[in-house]
Write a protein that binds this ligand. Structure first.
Ligand SMILES: C[S@@+](CC[C@H](N)C(=O)[O-])C[C@H]1O[C@@H](n2cnc3c(N)ncnc32)[C@H](O)[C@@H]1O
Length: 316
């Protein structure tokens, strides 16, 4: 069992518990929906799928500014999980950084967008969430039959767990080919306030959240194969009308952990519901935050690589 020491706390972190398809079926027999914060999400959905991928004229991203006004609604990317990421994001990253049969990890998977993309793109995947209800939503989204036109499609292995991103105890060192994850942004959108899950990172103060992200970075580094990459979507917020650079702090945390930065992609935000800028007045004397960062970090392949990146220039 992992014991996490921080300056202020000594805490035993939850271990990973596998949630299988059978567990999901049993759960759905007893629950027709889950409520995550104030949003009800139906389970046991009979998916009517119109397409299994983006529009045919869509071209993969080539620059460091990404914008998806239509968000993406193919396969089971429907519904209302708060703060879910556009499937265009994991699709672009998976196609750039992995090949068929690789192992992908999303340790804060929410409704399982990354895992659905892994299933469509024939990559194996492990998904994890602190909230069992979220794991059931992800299982629900994965519960569709995919029969692509090409005959050599191999159904990948997709495993889901309830657990803490700070303790990936069921994943061996250096076994994951790619990480794509989307943490909560400190306590901007909370996921389990009413349910009171205290190991939910979205319940923590900013300092505690950053302590938690340090451990997430260390675990990510441990499980990733050398030479492979870890992509994180993270945004900022305001407090007392001042800009709180959560993303930059998270980036520093990963760099402190021997990762090197491969990309800083700006993702434009659409359909914001005002949760990050919740001011009463309509006249703002600040700019509305309309972007997030996708940082892509590489785990250097050996000590020589680390030295090259870390010590050859003060800018690394
Ligand atoms: C921004 S959401 C992820 C949304 C996901 N990308 C999707 O498309 O649905 C962040 C998720 O992190 C989960 N979470 C919070 N603290 C966690 C922890 N300590 N370990 C694992 N998951 C955690 C929350 O329950 C929430 O589902």
């Amino acid at each position: 069992m992992a014991v996490e020491q921080t300056a202020k706390t000594s805490k035993i972190l939850r271990t990973m518990t596998e949630i299988t398809y059978e567990d999901y079926k049993k759960f759905v027999n007893e629950h027709s929906a889950v409520t995550i914060e104030d949003v009800e999400i139906k389970l046991g959905v009979n998916w009517i799928i119109k397409s299994y991928g983006p529009p045919s004229d869509y071209k993969l991203e080539k620059t460091t500014v990404w914008s998806f006004p239509d968000r993406g609604k193919w396969a089971t990317h429907q519904g209302n999980y708060r703060g879910n990421w556009s499937p265009y994001i994991p699709r672009n990253l998976i196609l750039k950084y992995t090949k068929k049969g690789d192992w992908i990890l999303d340790q804060m998977m929410g409704s399982g967008t990354t895992l659905v993309e892994a299933k469509l793109l024939e990559r194996n995947a492990i998904g994890l969430d602190i909230n069992l209800d979220a794991v059931m939503v992800a299982r629900d989204r994965l519960n569709f039959y995919y029969s692509p036109l090409f005959p050599d499609y191999v159904e990948p292995t997709i495993k889901t767990y309830c657990g803490d991103a700070r303790n990936l105890d069921k994943i061996d060192d250096c076994t994951i080919d790619f990480i794509a994850t989307h943490p909560p942004y400190a306590n901007i959108i909370t996921y389990t306030k009413t349910k009171k899950l205290e190991d939910d990172l979205s319940q923590l103060s900013f300092d505690e959240f950053m302590d938690g992200m340090k451990v997430v970075a260390r675990e990510s580094f441990r499980v990733l194969k050398p030479g492979k990459v870890c992509a994180i979507l993270i945004g900022d917020t305001r407090k007392y009308k001042h800009y709180i650079p959560i993303a930059l702090r998270v980036m520093e945390t990963f760099l402190d952990c021997e990762f090197v930065l491969k990309e800083d992609i700006i993702k434009i935000q659409w359909n914001m519901k005002g949760t990050r800028e919740n001011w009463n007045g309509k006249e703002y004397d600040f700019y509305l935050i309309e972007h997030e960062h996708i940082f892509v970090f590489e785990k250097p392949s050996d000590q020589i690589e680390i030295k090259k990146y870390k010590f050859s220039s003060k800018w690394w």
